[in-house]
Design a protein around this ligand. Structure first.
Ligand code: GAR
Length: 223
């Protein structure tokens, strides 16, 4: 248990779709040596393939469809209640395509991580791969960051960085970036589960050292 009364090893994963990042976490948990345990998968889409991955791994699932709630606040309350009912210590947003309201984010402050497909602060929001190509960026990647009320704007923990190739398409770039997401997300979540990663006054701390800049994993040979 942490000082906050939750167990950081109990990891809940929020998804909306394919769930390849969820799979990376499930694989890490299965492999041994990863300090976390995926205790719950929540999806806002009943047809999300990630739910099937969770069931196959014997993990509890909850589907919360937006249409079943009168407003965002009711949705967020139900989501928070489900997370607490399963004693989730860490909440990982892994391709969860809903924006959480401030009250929900604050309810789990300092224990929500998100993986985003860009080198934040570049390209918050959607279409990140196409936007990186349109901008002519030499590098692109993914970021794991703590979630705050500012969309894709919370303190960054770790990034995966690759060079953009001359013949890249949004699809090819997305595939290479996702391979890196599957490295950095289990790594950051594992640090949190082990009690090594915390957030203190909006600054992530790893092994007691402030991360004023994110750690960077260089994913491919640099040109
Ligand atoms: C991931 O690439 C993740 O970075 C992105 O959705 C994908 C989900 O894939 N998330 C966002 O764009 C959030 N802003 P997955 O379901 O296979 O893990």
């Amino acid at each position: 248990m942490s000082g906050g009364g939750y167990d950081p090893r109990r990891v809940a994963v929020l998804i909306s779709g394919f769930g390849s990042n969820l799979q990376a976490l499930l694989d890490a948990a299965k492999g041994g040596g990863w300090p976390g345990q995926v205790c719950l998968v929540v999806s806002d889409q009943g047809q999300a393939y990630g739910l099937e991955r969770a069931r196959r791994a014997g993990v509890a699932t909850v589907t919360l469809a937006a249409a079943d709630f009168p407003d965002r606040s009711a949705y967020d309350t139900a989501l928070g209640d489900a997370l607490e009912a399963h004693n989730a210590g860490l909440i990982v947003l892994a391709g969860f395509m809903r924006i959480l309201g401030e009250a929900c984010v604050n309810r789990f402050a300092g224990r929500m991580l998100n993986v985003h497909p860009s080198l934040l602060p570049r390209f918050r929001g959607l279409r990140t791969h196409a936007r990186a190509l349109e901008a002519g960026d030499s590098h692109h990647g993914a970021t794991v960051h703590f979630v705050t009320a500012k969309l894709d704007g919370g303190p960054r923990v770790i990034q995966y960085r690759i060079p953009v190739r001359a013949d890249d398409t949004p699809e090819s770039l997305s595939a290479r970036v996702q391979a890196g997401e599957h490295i950095i997300l289990p790594r950051a979540a594992g640090w949190f589960a082990a009690g090594r990663l915390t957030m203190n006054r909006d600054i992530p701390q790893l092994d007691g050292q402030p991360l004023t800049e994110p750690l960077v994993v260089q994913g491919e040979e640099q040109p």
